[in-house]
Design a protein around this ligand. Sequence first.
Ligand SMILES: Nc1nc(=O)c2c([nH]1)NC[C@@H]1CN(c3ccc(C(=O)N[C@@H](CCC(=O)O)C(=O)O)cc3)CN21
Ligand SMILES: O=c1ccn([C@H]2C[C@H](O)[C@@H](COP(=O)(O)O)O2)c(=O)[nH]1
Length: 290
Amino acid sequence: MSKWDDTYIQLCKDILAQGVEVENRTGINSIKLPSYHFQIDVSKEFPILTTKQLFIRQAALEMLWIYQQQSNDVRWLQDRNVHIWDKWEIDENGDWISEETGEVLKHFDPKYAHTIGTAYGYIVKKYKLIDRLLDSLKNDPEDRRRVVSLWQDAELDNAVLPSCVWSTEWDVTNGTLNLLVHQRSCDVPLGLPFNVTQYALLLKMIAQVCGYQAGTIDWSIKDAHIYVNQVDGIREQIKRYDENGSLPAPILWLNPDIKDFYAFDSSLECKDFKLENYSHMGKIAFPLTQ
Ligand SMILES: Nc1nc(=O)c2c([nH]1)NC[C@@H]1CN(c3ccc(C(=O)N[C@@H](CCC(=O)O)C(=O)O)cc3)CN21
Ligand SMILES: O=c1ccn([C@H]2C[C@H](O)[C@@H](COP(=O)(O)O)O2)c(=O)[nH]1
């Protein structure tokens, strides 16, 4: 049975039982826990929720957009039929517009049109974060300074949304690559299921191209929240779990011939990975707060 569902449902139950309802910049209140931590062993199970359907193609392409393409251009995602960043796209005039009211939430230099500004892939590229990570993993396995930070103070003013999953740390122990992920703000119903699956896939890809086994992920969250308009959907997911438990976790197939991180297929088809035997309990639609 999927252990990741056990961890995830416990987090949802903890937020509903002990969380505090707060206001935040979006105008939709959230129920939050100040922090939360868990560990996943990717060598034992590929984490993808079974208590709801998770769209791995979208999640994987978002991860490849950031770390492989090192892009902040929302059109790259749209060309692959991924629309999860549409609400944060800067328009032709440099404006980021509220979908609900049409007001300008923030103005940027029009050179950032069609992007999300200086966050995520922009930072990975500017600071050569993946090239440096790959170089260190291949040439200096015992290195203890392998911190990949998407949080760069100098870039915050021109970002529509400063990176949420903002740091990773990577270590090699006995030929196994382990990861620690820090997320500053976590939309538990929509963001976290995507984030965990995409970082597990990233770990497997980086491990393969550097000649290691994929090991554990320690996940640390500051501000783990459920927006109040998502509570019904989460109650439905908890009910599924309480009545049926979780289903067996699927197997992730990664094309073993790929030895270069930049060579994994990032077309609409994502040809170099496949989920085998993914059973799930069906989609749950959650509102996405801008
Ligand atoms: N409030 C908020 N939550 C987030 O999780 C989030 C943001 N904002 N802003 C930027 C990105 C965009 N992310 C998103 C956005 C949408 C989905 C989403 O709608 N997922 C659906 C399926 C999507 C589909 O069918 O393509 C889901 O059911 O998981 C997931 C992550 C994560 N991030
Ligand atoms: O990968 C992601 C990206 C975003 N989120 C969520 C977390 C928050 O609900 C919003 C960001 O709002 P802030 O006010 O900037 O914290 O997006 C996520 O969970 N995962």
